[in-house]
Design a protein around this ligand. Structure first.
Ligand code: SF4
Length: 502
């Protein structure tokens, strides 16, 4: 796969070529999609898998592929930079005015506390942008030859003294250079140098114990200098965003053209929330509003509104009055995400399990794990339901008598086609197309196609509508819907319930 990593910069120079608003919006959305793919990557997945997944995105290829221009990279970055900084600045200003107004009739400590909450939340947003941009930079710089990395650093005015040749073998002993394709050590002179880097600029290498450290100086081999470049990128971006946030209020007052950008910038923020679901979207505590699914109607609702993974778990639970460990965890956390309280979930599980076991056994062996998922036992962590990535990539495949996981990943084509044609009621052509897509490895794409084929409206539109109504209280344009993708079983349910009565 051609994924160009050249033309990297720290974005210290703003784009110089004129850009039309449509292109500005399109490029910003493409970059947002790449950043969200990084963000959605489940912890525990390997860096190699992340690279493969991100590089396979159309958005990545369009922005950074072999034909991508440097200007496209810069414009797309500045589009998001402007959107997030403007949003954060506006939120802080609004809160400041509110606090000032409230000082007259409320205790000062309450106004200050409200202000601190907003500052914390907006800081999180900026940290997210910095973290995801740094990950993207890391992914791209990692592919460069060491001399290219040194060129980027030199271009940003950062240079390091080369260590005496006697230290090289010592440094290489700590972190040997990668073998070349011929299996030999690097032969190009500049690639075999070792640089003296202050320890705080190579903290990640120290953390991984992959660098020689002497008196506060790291001896970093050329092949590890990309880690140092990442550090400088992060620091530089943090500083640039701070400067932009300070500059923005004045700019918005004087620039008329900025008004035309506002709807586009707002759309970037709305889209980022939609894609990321607000950080912890399916925590039961935040979702008490959703109680359309009850113990009385769950059988019908599961057939109509659950994705195949949860539909299958529910059926097997009813059939066997039991689920093995992975299935139990997957299902009760999903119900938590649907909005069920711990009492409802306990009662539902107890009613089913006690058909095949005494109530004492259930209370002793299974109630704890449900309370644990709700953060009421053990480390009191408020667990969120598993995302598609967790079920598809991290989760173990179900063995005999187990029903967890993702059917689009873990079922064979015959079983999947039979289900889609049979109980899901799709045409044979549709079922075959979906099963083929799943077999090609695009499980979430296949699942989304299943949704599209079984609902009056496409998943992208329904998910966008749900997010618009719930997060912002107003309807957004559907033109952005094309970038939404199935990423969570609970999001599938939300999108499906959103179409009730249509
Ligand atoms: Fe469930 Fe996600 Fe698989 Fe769909 S893609 S069946 S929602 S795990």
């Amino acid at each position: 796969m051609a994924a160009a990593t050249a033309r990297l910069s720290f974005f210290t120079r703003a784009p110089e070529r004129p850009v039309e608003l449509d292109e500005f919006e399109r490029l910003g959305l493409l970059r947002l999609r790449v950043l969200c793919a990084h963000s959605a990557w489940v912890k525990g997945g390997s860096e190699r898998e992340l690279r493969q997944e991100v590089e396979a995105l159309d958005a990545f290829q369009e922005l950074f592929g072999a034909d991508g221009e440097q200007a496209v990279d810069t414009i797309s970055h500045y589009a998001l930079r402007l959107a997030f900084c403007k949003y954060v600045t506006a939120a802080r200003n609004a809160m400041r005015s509110m606090c000032m107004a409230s000082l007259t009739d409320r205790p000062c400590c309450i106004a200050t506390w409200c202000g601190d909450c907003v500052v914390d939340r907006t800081r999180d947003l900026i940290e997210w942008v910095v973290a995801m941009e740094t990950k993207l930079f890391a992914l791209r710089v990692h592919k460069l030859q060491p001399h290219k990395v040194m060129e980027i650093l030199a271009h940003e005015g950062i240079e390091y003294e080369a260590a005496p040749s006697g230290s090289r073998h010592e440094a290489w002993a700590v972190h040997p250079p990668p073998a070349s394709s011929s299996g030999s050590s690097p032969t190009v002179k500049s690639e075999s140098l070792v640089y003296k880097v202050p320890f705080h600029e190579a903290a990640r290498l120290i953390k991984r114990r992959r660098v020689l450290l002497k008196k506060g100086i790291c001896f970093v081999p050329a092949h590890s200098m990309h880690v140092v470049a990442e550090h400088h990128f992060r620091v530089s971006l943090e500083q640039q965003l701070k400067i932009l946030q300070r500059a923005l209020p004045a700019n918005t007052e004087v620039s008329h053209s900025f008004d035309r950008l506002e709807p586009i910038l707002d759309r970037f923020i709305a889209q980022s929330r939609l894609q990321m679901g607000g950080g912890d979207p399916f925590s039961q505590r935040r979702r008490t509003e959703q109680s359309q699914i009850t113990a009385e109607n769950i059988d019908a609702m599961a057939e109509k509104h659950f994705p195949l993974c949860m539909r299958n778990l529910h059926r097997k639970f009813r059939e066997n009055h039991h689920l093995k460990y992975d299935g139990r965890i997957q299902y009760h956390r999903f119900l938590k995400g649907v909005g069920w309280s711990v009492q409802n979930t306990l009662l539902f599980f107890r009613n089913e399990f006690t058909r095949v076991m005494p109530i004492v056994k259930f209370d002793k062996e299974h109630a704890y794990s449900i309370r644990h998922s709700y953060g009421l036992e053990g480390g009191r962590v408020d667990y969120t339901p598993a995302s598609c990535q967790e079920l598809i990539v991290r989760g173990s495949a179900p063995r005999k008598g187990q029903y967890h996981g993702c059917p689009f990943r873990h079922w064979d084509a015959a079983q999947l086609t039979a289900e889609l044609q049979g109980r899901s009621g799709l045409s044979s052509a549709n079922a075959l197309e979906i099963a083929t897509r799943a077999a090609s490895g695009d499980c979430q794409g296949a699942c989304q196609q299943h949704f599209d084929a079984s609902h009056p409206r496409m998943y992208a539109q329904a998910a966008h509508q749900y997010s618009s109504l719930n997060s912002h209280g107003r309807r957004e344009q559907h033109r952005l819907a094309g970038v939404v993708r199935v990423s969570h079983p609970n999001a599938w349910v939300d999108a499906s319930l959103q179409q009730q009565g249509r």
